[in-house]
Write a protein that binds this ligand. Structure first.
Ligand SMILES: *Cc1c(COP(=O)(O)O)cnc(C)c1O
Length: 236
């Protein structure tokens, strides 16, 4: 189901997000070009997405392949990422269309992406998804396995590791959420410091509508925001 939002509603949401975003930047001393604000556009109709792009959204992402395929050709020029669990049989649909797959959650998937990318004569940029809370319900590498995963995946010719992504557990308090972001930042820096060949730890993607400001304060340089921009949606 595609949701349509009025221009006025979007403008209000966008202004609120930007002001929260800028406030968090001030805390870190970063400037707006240092942190990517990506719009998570699941269930949002193409007109609304293109309106958002015209308003200054430069990055968008889908988390389902089917929806990516339905919208991709109708989007105005924009950076596109993929942020959902990806089945190996759908890899080829995605690598032709996005510039970064943020949600590489297994060695097997990385190998398939590498294979398909080479077939298409390209090297695919990826992030490794980390299950920072160690939840059974979530995809991603366990924190303790992430360094080894980076080492192994960095050997593949068809992918370039650009950083890490996470979706922390739903927390009751801000402190608890902040704790997961801190843990994630530490893991990111520890792996970056290892300077593993063919891996570039430049992007730390964490923070969504409810906590993107906290994530920025704790070192995120890519935040993925859906609801705060487009309103509450009925999930498919
Ligand atoms: C939907 C989604 C988001 C955005 O979530 P909101 O809470 O709506 O901001 C971020 N990351 C991923 C992987 C998503 O699927």
């Amino acid at each position: 189901m595609m949701e349509k939002l009025s221009a006025k509603e979007f403008d209000q949401n966008f202004n609120a997000v930007i002001s929260k975003f800028n406030k968090a930047l001030l805390v870190t001393g970063k400037v707006s070009k240092d942190v990517i604000l990506l719009a998570a556009t699941k269930t949002v109709d193409i007109d609304t997405i293109n309106y958002a792009i015209n308003k200054g959204i430069n990055y968008v992402a889908e988390n389902r392949v089917q929806e990516l395929l339905a919208k991709h050709d109708k989007l105005l020029p924009v950076h596109e990422h993929f942020i959902g669990h990806l089945q190996t049989n759908k890899v080829k649909d995605v690598i032709e269309r996005v510039e970064l797959i943020e949600s590489v959650d297994s060695i097997k998937l990385a190998k398939e992406i590498s294979k398909q990318a080479l077939k298409h004569g390209k090297v695919m940029d990826i992030l490794l998804e980390v299950n920072i809370g160690g939840e059974d319900s979530k995809w991603g590498f366990k924190p303790k396995d992430t360094l080894d995963a980076v080492k192994e995946i960095a050997l593949l010719d068809g992918v370039r590791i650009c950083g890490l992504m996470t979706i922390p557990p739903i927390c009751q308090t801000e402190d608890e959420t902040r704790g997961f972001f801190k843990k994630m930042y530490k893991l990111f820096i520890d792996i970056k410091d290892k300077k593993i060949d063919n891996s570039y730890m430049n992007i730390l993607s964490m923070g969504m509508s409810d906590d993107f400001d906290i994530a920025i304060e704790e070192g995120a340089n890519l935040v993925r925001v859906g609801t705060a921009l487009f309103g509450k949606r009925n999930y498919l």
